[in-house]
Design a protein around this ligand. Structure first.
Ligand SMILES: [Fe+2]
Ligand SMILES: [Fe+2]
Length: 252
């Protein structure tokens, strides 16, 4: 089922349940302890492996932000429907972090924590800090927007694009994650859509948050692409993929 096509009230009744979550995830979790089937893998060429490690380290920062953000949002969510959904999302984000660090280990990274600290983009770390600040400030709409629109759209855009070009194991890991991110984006779209209908002035606030965070998202793309030596011609695709994902949710 396509969550983005559901009527908002139906979305609330169906998607904000553990039953829905379980149905959604079991198909691609079963038999995949590290997010992919146990298919054999030839060692990757040095430069390809090194670039992939940098990219995965940055994904781990994004997923750590999402894990802490979703967990923190439970405390400030204004109703129980939203708290239950965020509990399912928190589990998803923990799983994403687990499979991505698992992938780093498969690539020979012995200490993922140290590697993530060494290779992480400054802009992404700043995004992480800022998201948690919004959560701690109990600013529900701004924090939810930062988490379930900006961060989710960033991850969705990056993972979907990367999956198309990745080696088979990474591709399978990313394709599983993308399915969850779509559900998380659907939640943000649904919750914020209702809020904006009731309080249209909130749109101004979201515009300001977006302006600040977009700069960090686009900055983190640049830093990561610099680190892995992405050619100029391929760079704009990532930024426009992200901006299109935000626009599709109605937050252009
Ligand atoms: Fe995630
Ligand atoms: Fe997510």
């Amino acid at each position: 089922m396509e969550v983005h096509d559901l009527d908002p009230e139906e979305f609330r009744q169906r998607v904000h349940t553990f039953e829905f979550w379980f149905e959604a995830v079991q198909g691609y979790l079963n038999g995949k302890p590290y997010g992919h089937r146990p298919q054999p893998e030839a060692p990757l060429p040095y430069a390809e492996r090194d670039g992939l490690v940098t990219v995965l380290c940055n994904y781990c920062i994004g997923e750590t932000a999402a894990l802490e953000g979703a967990g923190g949002l439970i405390q400030i969510a204004p109703n129980r429907h939203a708290k239950v959904f965020l509990a399912t999302q928190t589990v998803d984000e923990g799983r994403h972090l687990e499979v991505l660090t698992g992938r780093l280990r498969e690539l020979g990274v012995e200490d993922p924590e140290a590697e993530i600290a060494r290779r992480g983009s400054r802009s992404l770390q700043e995004f992480h800090r800022r998201l948690l600040e919004l959560v701690r400030g109990r600013d529900w709409i701004a924090a939810l927007f930062a988490q379930n629109v900006v961060l989710e759209c960033m991850e969705f855009a990056v993972f979907a694009l990367h999956a198309k070009r990745a080696d088979p194991r990474t591709c399978e890991v990313l394709s599983g994650i993308v399915k969850d991110e779509r559900r998380h984006m659907g939640f943000g779209e649904n919750e914020l859509g209702r809020r904006l209908r009731d309080a249209p002035y909130a749109r101004e606030r979201l515009r300001a948050v977006r302006q600040e965070l977009d700069a960090l998202v686009l900055g983190s793309f640049e830093e990561t692409m610099d680190a892995i030596g992405t050619p100029r011609a391929d760079r704009t695709e990532l930024g426009s993929h992200y901006l299109a994902a935000v626009a599709r949710l109605g937050f252009a």
